[in-house]
Design a protein around this ligand. Structure first.
Ligand code: 3H9
Length: 715
């Protein structure tokens, strides 16, 4: 787990050996303690280099160990012993030095990094803080403001930035271990006093209180209820105001609170789930490890509206050659300008060559003929898409993958328009498509596993979190959103205002409540979908449609041209069309009062708990239905869709994880309670899978699949 060898005559080379990322498991920590002791006591060794096997220094503490009782030597004394050594210790950083890995390097006297390495203290993203001395050493080395930035955001930095900030001493693009060995030879005999970071004073800003107050305010605001960023600020404050030993004590106290918190469990669940969803499976038994994706180098995008532009940018940035087709000349011109601007700006920001040359534009559909994969992103209209898929079926080569970016239309129906239904999948991007991390890859009963594998691999190349799901109305994300939005509307009918509903949801941790979100994306979008479903009855106020409770409130606003931000009025009022600051609208409040009066509804006070339970449990309940129907393979898939595509607060782990934390019996009992009060709302009827899970003793979330797969009777 850590090996010691003697190189260049007098350098003790310690190599961490724990694939894939040399995480600091108990065995690795034991190995480091043991090899360090041997190196320090061996008179032949005059200096030490610590490196990691297979081009990775260290990915930090072993996150898998967090759920169980910790064994083996603890990290803090291990790092202290390295720092206290009387022989120079040099960290040779390749690949990653993250979390405990960087803390280990900060305990060394020198740090040499490869130019391509990434360094950082991402503990905050796991609900923790750098508690192996990182919160105390980093501010001493690079100053409080820079340390606060790295520790509270968890961002990874390049070696060049680390050098500039001052926490690596040298960057090389040659063999890092050799460079570190040469360096170790050159510093033998030099004083190590100034190299022991824990003994350095923390460079303290003049007005510490003002600095920390300002930072705390900003961090609390962006944390949206997450506790780790706040604890990170408190730990760095301890570094700035207390002697090292007391600062360490504070670091440990804060860590103890975080370590056992539900938020840390949720965030660590997200870490593993994000990786787990790439190991997709289909109900047919096809899986990620039995299907090879087809190579894709040439892609085509059809339609250069907002979605098409973002998809073109994402594909070009992933290094594909792209042809973008738009039949409307004005739209083509505007789209080309927008795509080029986005690519140029991104290249400037990242300091890489622009991908502008990788995109061709055409007005002719024929231009997609030699693409390996086509993504249509035309207007959400079934007749238009049917026609397009028929044309693509004859224009494209027989093995070209035909993908649709539809967010709601039936993939199977589109597949049936072609001669190759097995080559058709949905690639549902989220706006803006080049920014949002989520991609739903939607397969139908006839989609070939290789088509799914290819779309999933392409998603990965574009840096997306791709989740494979089955075909149904709204797929996973939008299908679960429907009951959530409906409950919010019902709450307005019963006495709530958009402000009270949004406040409760934002308090839960969403960046935007449902009504502010609806104003941003445009009320007309849902109106079109409801019209297509035959639910809209212009001018009518009836509250039962297609045999179930329905709220016409959204339709009534749309009939008045209130489409949200773009028209300056929606659920809120905006200064001018297009402005973003939502203000309560007295007109809307009176409109709601009149509406309730005309409907004979008696307004009542609705509290945050009811808003959260009705909106969120209705959404979660639909998630159970989706699992029951095998539309999603497991709860992790649903949770990653919600965390990466719908603003579900990551520190709450996703809707299904949240349900498991609340307790399944409690979710069931509250759904039953609301269902009794609102028997005309089918989505409050508890899912049969929820019943089965509860009657199976509410197993932990990683064991739900066993219950889902168990044969059961519907009687
Ligand atoms: C910490 O250090 C706390 C301390 O401050 C204080 C303690 C007292 N542990 O991402 P990949 C697995 S907290 C266990 O696909 P990449 C990962 O699950 C830690 N497992 O590769 C995956 O497994 P699988 C702070 C880990 O090349 C496999 O390795 N550190 C760990 O795209 C490959 O991972 C972090 O937050 C771990 N620490 O990216 C860093 N790391 O194949 C977390 C990875 O079964 N890690 N695995 O799915 C990362 O950010 C990325 O993994 C890394 C490599 C950039 C290193």
């Amino acid at each position: 787990m850590a090996e010691l060898s003697l190189v260049s005559g007098s350098v003790g080379l310690i190599t961490l050996q724990s694939p894939p990322v040399n995480a600091l498991s108990a065995a690795v920590r034991r190995g480091i303690v043991d090899t360090m002791q041997r190196a320090v006591s061996d008179p032949k060794v005059r200096s030490v280099v610590i490196c990691g096997q297979n081009g990775v220094f260290c990915g930090g503490a072993d996150i898998r160990e967090f759920g169980s009782t910790m064994t083996g030597p603890p990290l803090v004394p291990m790092i202290h012993a390295i720092e206290a050594a009387d022989k120079p210790v040099v960290a040779a950083i390749e690949g990653s030095a993250l979390g405990g890995g960087l803390e280990l390097a900060l305990g060394c006297h020198y740090r040499i990094s490869h130019a391509k390495a990434r360094l950082g203290l991402p503990e905050v993203t796991l609900g923790l803080l750098p508690a192996a001395g990182g919160s105390q050493r980093l501010p001493r080395l690079i100053g409080v403001p820079a340390a606060l930035d790295l520790i509270t955001t968890g961002r990874h930095v390049t070696a060049a930035e680390a050098l500039k900030l001052g926490f690596v001493d040298q960057v090389t693009d040659q063999n890092t271990v050799e460079a570190a060995v040469q360096f170790a030879l050159s510093v033998v005999g030099q004083s190590l006093e100034s190299r022991r970071i824990s003994s350095l004073p923390c460079p303290c800003p003049v007005d510490v209180d003002a600095l920390f107050e300002g930072v705390m305010q900003r961090v609390r605001q962006s944390a949206r209820g997450a506790i780790a960023p706040v604890a990170c600020v408190q730990a760095v404050r301890a570094a700035a105001t207390l002697p090292y030993a007391q600062g360490m004590q504070r670091e440990q106290e804060l860590m103890a609170t975080l370590f056992t918190s539900g938020q840390a469990r949720a965030l660590q669940y997200c870490f593993f789930s994000q990786r787990a969803v790439s190991r997709w499976s289909m109900p047919s038994g096809a899986r990620w490890d039995t299907c090879k994706p087809k190579p894709v180098t040439k892609a085509a995008v059809i339609g250069l509206g907002t979605m098409g532009r973002g998809i073109t940018v994402a594909l070009a940035q992933a290094g594909l050659s792209v042809v973008a087709v738009e039949t409307q000349p004005q739209q083509l011109k505007a789209g080309q300008r927008a795509v080029s601007d986005m690519l140029e700006r991104a290249a400037q920001r990242l300091g890489v060559p622009s991908a502008v040359q990788g995109v061709r534009y055409s007005q002719e559909l024929q231009a997609v003929a030699d693409a390996h994969l086509v993504i249509e992103a035309v207007f959400e209209d079934m007749a238009l898409k049917e026609q397009l898929f028929k044309q693509l079926s004859s224009i494209c080569k027989p093995d070209t993958l035909l993908c649709t970016n539809t967010s709601a239309l039936d993939i199977d129906h589109l597949a049936s328009q072609t001669h190759r239904p097995q080559q058709v999948v949905g690639m549902h991007f989220f706006a803006p498509a080049h920014v949002m991390k989520l991609l739903e890859v939607v397969y139908g009963p006839r989609s070939a596993p290789q088509a799914v594998a290819t779309a999933m691999a392409l998603g990965k190349r574009m840096g997306k979190v791709s989740v494979a799901v089955g075909n149904c109305r709204g797929f996973v994300g939008n299908r679960m959103l429907m009951p959530y939005v409906e409950e919010a509307l019902f709450l307005l009918e019963e006495g709530a205002t958009p402000e009270t509903v949004d406040h409760a949801l934002e308090e839960f941790g969403f960046p935007m409540g449902v009504f502010r979100m609806s104003d941003l994306s445009g009320l007309d979008v849902g109106w079109r979908v409801r019209k297509a479903a035959g639910l809209v009855e212009p001018g009518k106020m009836s509250r039962v449609r297609q045999g179930r409770r329905y709220s016409p409130l959204g339709d009534l606003l749309c009939e008045q041209g209130r489409f949200g931000q773009k028209t300056g009025q929606g659920w809120y009022l905006y200064e001018t069309p297009g402005s973003r600051e939502a203000r309560p609208d007295p007109w809307l409040h009176s409109f709601l009062e009149e509406y309730r009066a005309r409907q004979g509804l008696v307004s009542r006070r609705i509290d945050s708990q009811e808003v959260q339970e009705r909106c969120l449990y209705a959404l979660i309940n639909e998630g159970f239905n989706i699992l029951q129907e095998s539309i999603a393979a497991g709860p992790e898939d649903i949770d990653m869709i919600y965390v990466f595509g719908y603003g579900w607060p990551r520190h709450r782990g996703g809707p299904m994880f949240y349900a498991s934390q609340v307790g399944l019996p409690r979710v069931l009992q509250r759904l039953e309670h609301y269902q009794q009060l609102h028997p005309d709302v089918p989505h409050l009827q508890p899912s049969s899978l929820l019943w089965r899970l509860v009657s199976s003793g509410s197993p932990p979330i990683h064991r739900w699949r066993e219950v889902i797969r168990k044969p059961h009777s519907a009687l």
